[in-house]
Ligand binder design. Structure first.
Ligand code: AMP
Ligand code: MG
Length: 409
């Protein structure tokens, strides 16, 4: 049995970057950018109107108001998408729609509401004095051509996808996602939608892993539910070892008579780095490698599986793409006692929040069993304490791992 620190160190030594690939910009959600995105055009690309109205020379509208409008001569129309080459002479104006190019000679936009309107008339009345620059979006005011708009290493969200489109980037270079296999094992497992018989258990880990792996940002290339049967395990694990960077299995890895997972991994040539960590829950965690594949055999209890995934696998998936994890550790203050173990690292789901004085507080769940997945329901973090002699008391400090997709609340 090894310590949590040692286990983390061993795993981290086996993480490697998988290289980069070129991907269509709108397929890059949750991917890590492997290049800077440089503005190929200024934004806005040209001086254009922010409103529907009339492009004018501000000086021509001096003193204009409702009772004594200024009359200007219509010189043309500039609309979004239609390139116009109008030049305004003194005393002239041009209809100019939102996004339309500002005619040469114009220095302001009078909104249509302050004019006699978009009529076909040659003579337009302006009811309000224009200010120079009003309602004009200047070329390059947002981004200059050549600026770095998104930096290498950024994890792509909706905003970045929008910006990639804004600058016309079709393909972008991103870090390659690890290919993952997910296996849940157990004769007792049945799938949601079936009637449960005594002794059976609904397969929760499988669906939890599918979602967790998706959130971490890996590609699931294989996912199966396997019986506690050596032949079946061998067949599936063998195939996964050919095509996957990471293999995740749950169940069948502890001391039970039908726990074949470790044995099968060993028989398939997986080099075992450890089996059993001094932690609760999740003691019988198996970690091995074969070639460049990383193999994790997680214990089947759902809380153990969830916590082992977050503590040992999520960092691998994120680090293998140089992703900045937002689930780093924080130090918070307990509002309830936390059960420290003399030999084992303890993990419990918990709630954490920032109080009105800015203090980070937390409380562990009262559901302690590794089979009690409902403990995760109203939790936003995993609390952890290394082995120690004394229980942590309310008011003591503790380490908080905020779950990736949650906030302090
Ligand atoms: P094992 O690690 O195979 O000994 O399983 C430990 C406990 O976790 C048993 O009570 C199993 O029924 C339960 N378990 C194993 N796999 C799953 C799963 N995929 N979903 C829900 N519970 C599971
Ligand atoms: Mg089992």
């Amino acid at each position: 049995m090894i310590s949590v620190k040692k286990a983390q160190l061993i795993i981290s030594k086996n993480i490697r970057l998988l290289g980069v690939e070129s991907v269509l910009f709108n397929n890059t959600r949750n991917r890590v950018l492997a290049q800077d995105i440089i503005a190929s055009i200024p934004m806005p690309q040209f001086d254009n109107s922010a409103m529907d109205g009339f492009a004018v020379r501000a000086a021509d509208t001096e003193g204009a108001n409702q009772s004594s409008p200024k009359t200007l001569i219509m010189a043309g129309v500039s609309s979004a998408g239609a390139s116009s080459n109008i030049t305004l002479q003194p005393g002239e104006c041009a209809q100019c729609m939102t996004g339309g190019k500002i005619p040469k000679g114009a220095d302001s936009i009078v909104i249509v509401e302050n004019s006699s309107g978009f009529l076909d008339s040659k003579r337009i009345e302006i009811f309000k004095e224009a200010k120079i620059g009003e309602h004009i979006r200047k070329q390059g005011e947002e981004v200059q051509k050549g600026d770095v708009v998104i930096s290498k290493g950024t994890c792509i969200t909706s905003s970045e996808i929008g910006i990639l489109a804004t600058f016309g980037c079709e393909k972008v270079s991103v870090m390659i996602k690890p290919k993952v296999a997910i296996f849940t094992t157990g004769n007792e497992l049945i799938e949601p939608g079936n009637k449960i018989r005594l002794g059976q258990i609904y397969n929760s880990n499988f669906y939890m892993f599918l979602d967790l792996v998706e959130q971490s940002g890996a590609e699931i290339v294989m996912s199966e539910v396997i019986k506690d049967d050596k032949g079946s395990l061998e067949k599936s694990f063998y195939k996964a070892l050919q095509i996957c960077d990471i293999i995740i299995s749950s169940g069948g890895v502890s001391m039970g008579r039908f726990d074949y997972v470790r044995e099968v991994y060993n028989e398939l040539g997986v080099q075992e780095h450890f089996w059993k960590i001094a932690q609760k829950p999740g003691k019988p965690l198996f970690f091995g490698t074969r070639g460049s594949s990383l193999i994790f055999g997680l214990p089947g209890n759902p809380v153990s599986s969830f916590i082992c995934y977050m503590k040992y696998i999520d960092p691998v998936i994120q680090n293998s793409q140089n992703k900045k994890r937002n689930s780093e550790e924080h130090q918070g203050i307990l509002t309830k006692d936390f059960p420290v173990d003399s030999k084992k690292h303890r993990y419990l789901f918990g709630k954490s929040w920032i109080d009105s004085h800015g203090k980070l507080l937390c409380t562990p769940t009262s559901k302690m069993g590794s089979h009690m997945l409902t403990a995760s329901l109203r939790s936003n973090c995993i609390l952890e304490s290394p082995p120690g002699k004394h229980e942590l008391k309310a008011g003591d400090k503790i380490t908080i791992n905020l779950l990736n997709w949650r906030n302090f609340k």
